[in-house]
Design a protein around this ligand. Sequence first.
Ligand code: GSH
Length: 208
Amino acid sequence: MTKYLILGKSGAGSLIPEFLFAELKITYDIQFVSKEELVKSTSKGFNPLGKIPVLILPDGTEIFESLAIVNYITTNYPGLSPTKESTDYFQYWRMLSLLSSTLYSGYHRQHHANDYVNEIGFTSLKEKAQQEQSIIYDYIEQNLNPYLCGEIITAADFYLYTLTRWDFDKTKLRIGRPNLSIFLENLRSRKSVDKVLSQQPPKPKIRV
Ligand SMILES: N[C@@H](CCC(=O)N[C@@H](CS)C(=O)NCC(=O)O)C(=O)O
C-alpha cells in the first residue's frame, strides 16, 4: 500500500481525516467497513469496539481514535495546528479535547442510545446529552472568531464542523448563535469540504 487508507462510514467520524487530507491535498483511499469486521483481531484496522475512524498508514501502522488520527496528520503535515510556541496552542488543544471527549460522545449517546440504556431511558438519555451539548455550543459560540483559534483555520474547526452535521435539529443549533451560523456556512463552502461530502456514498439514515 502506498497511500493512506481510512476505514470509515458514510458521513460519520471518518469525515474528520477526510476533510484534513483534502484540505492538505494529500491523497488517500477510503473503505466503508462494518463493525463486525473491525472487532476481529485478525482484521485490517482492528478496533476493540468496532468503531471508526481508523487510519492505516502506508507502512501498515494502524491508528484509531479520531484525536490520535488528527494528531498524526497535523504533526506530520504542518498547516492545520498552531505550533507549541503559538499563543493559540492551548486554545487549540482545549477545544479539540472538548470536542473529542465530550461533544462527540454526546452525539454517540443520541444516535446509539441502545448501547447505553434500555429503551425506557432513551428519551431522558437523549435530552441530557442535548442539554450538555447546548452548554458546550454556547461556549463554542463565544470562542468563534471566526474560527476556534481566531483568524487561522485549524483541524479543530474541521472536527467541529463534522460533529455539527450529526445534530438532530440544525435550525435550533443556530438560533442565538450567529458566530456558529457564519462558521457553518463558511466551512460548508470550502472546496475541500464540498469535495469530500460530494463523494460520500448514500447512507440509509443518519446514524453516526
Ligand atoms: N472516541 C472515538 C469515537 C468513534 C465513534 O464513536 N465512531 C462512530 C462513528 S462516528 C462509530 O463507529 N459508531 C458505530 C458504533 O458505535 O457502533 C473516536 O474519537 O474515534
